[in-house]
Ligand binder design. Structure first.
Ligand code: NAD
Length: 358
């Protein structure tokens, strides 16, 4: 099969890490008889420098014409003094909005080989961890009515949390399907004891649950979920939650992995289209030093294979190659520890690509 992938390398370490993910995909292509064509397009600071805007129309068009998008990172000190509306990071929100990316998937994955890097106690994380946080991305308080107001106690401000049944149903359905592909457990996180929007969330999730009798659904208040993620993270398989709760819980869950350089993410839209990116930023402090960990981006490419291109065995092969890399003791500087072999970005990418087998 032939697959068209738009690649937005972006700024800072972006080009260094997307290059290694492309290498892994090319190896998958070789081994499995697929053809991946990479269409490199601009967004972020480099786009501001070249064409005067962070998200050129041409880039959006290229994304829409592709099966999927691989994204590196945008931003950096060079553009930090620009006003908010003109900053490179606006490209990320613009892409989500223009491409209708309504759901964000963030696996919090702890490889057993990296248990040392996890801040939780060994007995809590023994054998590794694998949680998937599904966050609603285009609704809720970040998109509700907001403003300043006068109150009887002086100046105030408000942000409205609003969800429609349609929005909740769409993300819930996605999360149930995800749970079915994994261990069949879904935890829906809300604040239904206080918020009306959360009560609608819970009612709607319960309604969708009727179509997925094989999934074990539970509900949890967000304050308890924040605590349980630290106390007993192994109880979770898939977590589904609103935009703001997901923003906070997915960052908390990502700490489990030990380094920001290891965690992939996906933003999904209608059908199979998606945008895949590491959760970290452009890391200006290590740009051009061959120090960036490419694993988060390579695992993002694996998520693309699985969720957008329907190539699960190929995704498994990439994930296994990352495990082999770690098992054989290779480490980039961010996860280096005693007795391991330190390698740079390029060599790490080479070793992982070489370890992809059919
Ligand atoms: P960052 O994630 O870029 O870096 C935080 C720390 O983690 C740094 O010390 C960095 O060296 C390290 N790090 C990040 N990725 C790494 C990797 N792959 N391997 C090894 N170490 C890694 O966050 P920041 O410093 O707050 O932001 C830098 C720039 O990135 C800013 O302009 C910010 O706005 C932007 N940013 C962009 C995105 C995005 O494009 N989606 C996300 C977050 C931040």
């Amino acid at each position: 099969m032939e697959y068209k992938i738009a690649v937005i390398s972006g700024d800072g370490i972006g080009p260094e890490i997307t290059r290694e993910a492309e290498k892994a995909l090319a190896k998958v292509g070789q081994n499995y008889g697929h053809r991946f064509t990479f269409n490199h397009v601009l967004a972020g600071g480099c786009a501001i420098d070249e064409v005067g805007q962070c998200l050129p129309d041409e880039t959006l068009k290229a994304c829409r014409d592709s099966d999927s998008v691989l994204f590196g990172a945008v931003g950096g000190p060079k553009w930090d003094d620009l006003p908010g509306e003109q900053r490179p990071e606006k490209a990320v929100l613009g892409l989500r909005e223009s491409l209708g990316l309504y759901g964000n998937l963030r696996p919090a994955l702890l490889f057993p080989e990296l248990e040392d890097a996890c801040p939780l106690k060994p007995e809590i994380i023994e054998g590794g961890l694998d949680i998937m946080v599904v966050r609603e991305l285009t609704g809720g308080i970040y998109f509700g009515d907001k403003g300043l107001c006068e109150t009887e106690n002086g100046p105030g401000a408000y942000d409205v949390e609003i969800y429609t049944e349609r929005e909740v149903e769409r993300i819930a359905r996605f999360a149930f399907l995800m749970a079915m592909k994994r261990n069949g457990k879904l935890t829906s996180v809300d604040k239904a004891n206080v918020l009306e929007s959360s009560r609608l969330w819970r009612r709607t999730v319960n309604k969708v649950a009727k179509d997925f009798p094989e999934v074990e659904l539970s509900h949890m208040y967000v304050d308890n979920a924040a605590m349980q993620l630290i106390r007993n993270p192994k109880q979770f398989d898939v977590i589904v939650t609103s935009n703001m709760f997901g923003d906070i819980l997915s960052d908390e869950a990502s700490m489990i992995a030990g380094s920001i350089g290891l965690l992939p993410s996906a933003s999904i839209g209608e059908g199979t289209f998606g945008l895949y990116e590491p959760i970290h930023g452009s890391a200006p402090d290590i740009t051009g030093k061959d120090m960036a960990n490419p694993i988060a981006t390579i695992l993002s490419a694996a998520m693309m294979l699985r969720y957008s291109l329907g190539l699960s065995s190929e995704a498994d092969a990439v994930e296994e190659a990352v495990r082999v890399f770690l098992r054989e003791g290779y480490r980039t500087p961010d996860i280096m520890s005693n007795g391991m072999k330190q390698v740079g970005t390029r060599e790490a990418g080479d070793i992982i690509a070489e370890s992809i087998h059919r």
